[in-house]
Ligand binder design. Structure first.
Ligand code: KG4
Ligand code: ZN
Length: 352
């Protein structure tokens, strides 16, 4: 008898994604349509625009996944979908599509927590020869353009996980594949948000993480002294840093900003990376972690990668939002049997 695969869907923010993953974590297809270019002119994701675009993209993206894998709907054993946290309208598009597919095929549905999905990117078995994700927009955004050798995955718990993305910055104690315990989180902006807002202040466009990363390579990270907030416990705070950059940019004026942009990017990035690395080291010591892993869009940052040389990083295409990680997490979640899922709702923020 042939083994059935998991169809994963992810629409929590501005990426419409579908993937086909085997029960043992092999990626057969991983399609990501990024809407970043659509939101760039607004300097951030516009929720209503995102929902509408998800609606247009979800069917072609699912079709593309089946085409990439050379498979048909009859080979799907269950449907996994991000239930939250995220933009509620965006989540509802993926959840409705997943319900419709599961219902039409009389399959179970597995609702997945997006953060668990990021952690579960480490439980996949990426095939180095597999096709890269298909993305909608051109170069210059996200982690595109960077290519690295995939690390040794799947990673076995226990490990300490730093999850740093546009929406979240968390330190997680991962004891098994089914979940995690939150050790610390951001009190204000997420690390990716700090990158994006900083990039905006520097006139580098949206999303700005990858662009700051690029510019920082030509700058002096010691040129400006930006503060790293030290809040109690294992939490993070990035809003003061953003304000410090704002004041510095104002103080310098447009001409000097132009001239010192690379130095500003390098110094600003250094402060974010330092905060992430210091807190991660403190958490590792506190729980006696022997392994550290980093996931989420900011895990693509080259200075962060260089600063944590012994940490496990997911391959770049699995760092930013994708559906393979959602299908991966589904393997360790409770499934809802056929038809009992029709009334379930999405959630915008984590219950905790
Ligand atoms: O995980 P992700 O795709 O979406 C969320 O779940 O939020 O992360 C997107 C974030 C954005 O803030 C983006 O600027 C940041 O990841 N990012 C980076 C880099 N590439 C993407 N930040 C720093 N350096 C990068 N190379
Ligand atoms: Zn994410």
């Amino acid at each position: 008898m042939q083994h059935k695969v998991i169809l994963g869907l992810e629409t929590s923010c501005d990426e419409t994604a579908a993937a086909l993953v085997t029960e043992d974590g092999r990626i057969l297809a991983n399609v990501v349509a990024s809407q970043a270019d659509l939101h760039a002119r607004y300097g951030g994701v516009v929720p209503e625009v995102a929902s509408r675009r998800h609606l247009e993209l979800v069917t072609p993206v699912v079709r593309e996944a089946f085409q990439q894998a050379g498979m048909s709907l009859s080979e799907v054993g269950r449907v996994a979908v991000t239930r939250g946290p995220g933009l509620i309208g965006a989540l509802l598009v993926g959840l409705s599509a997943a319900k419709a597919l599961a219902w039409a095929l009389r399959l179970p549905l597995v609702p997945v927590d997006h953060l668990h999905g990021h952690v579960a990117s480490l439980f996949l078995r990426p095939d180095p020869a597999a096709k890269r994700p298909v993305r909608e927009s051109g170069p210059g955004e996200g982690v595109r353009g960077n290519r690295e050798v995939p690390p040794v995955l799947p990673l076995e718990p226990p490990f300490l996980c730093l999850l740093a993305s546009g929406g979240h910055t968390l330190l997680l104690d991962v004891r098994d594949q089914a979940g995690y315990h939150v050790l610390g989180s951001t009190l204000d902006d997420a690390a990716g948000e700090a990158f994006d807002k900083g990039a905006r202040l520097l006139g580098l466009g949206y999303p700005g993480g990858a662009e700051i990363d690029r510019r920082a390579r030509e700058g002096d990270p010691e040129a400006f002294d930006f503060p790293v907030a030290r809040v109690p416990g294992l939490d993070f705070s990035f809003s003061g840093l953003k304000t410090a950059l704002l004041y510095k940019v104002r103080e310098l004026g447009p001409h000097e900003l132009e001239r010192r942009r690379a130095d500003l990017a390098a110094s600003y990035q250094r402060a974010i990376v330092r905060a992430l690395v210091e807190r991660t080291a403190a958490a590792a010591e506190q729980i006696g972690a022997e392994r550290i892993a980093v996931v989420g869009g900011v895990a693509a940052n080259s200075e962060l990668r260089a600063s944590l040389p012994d940490a496990a990083f997911a391959p770049l295409e699995l760092c930013t939002d994708n559906a393979a990680m959602i299908a991966s997490a589904a393997r360790y979640c409770k499934e809802i049997p056929f038809a009992r899922y029709l009334a379930i709702d999405a959630y915008a923020s984590s219950a905790a």
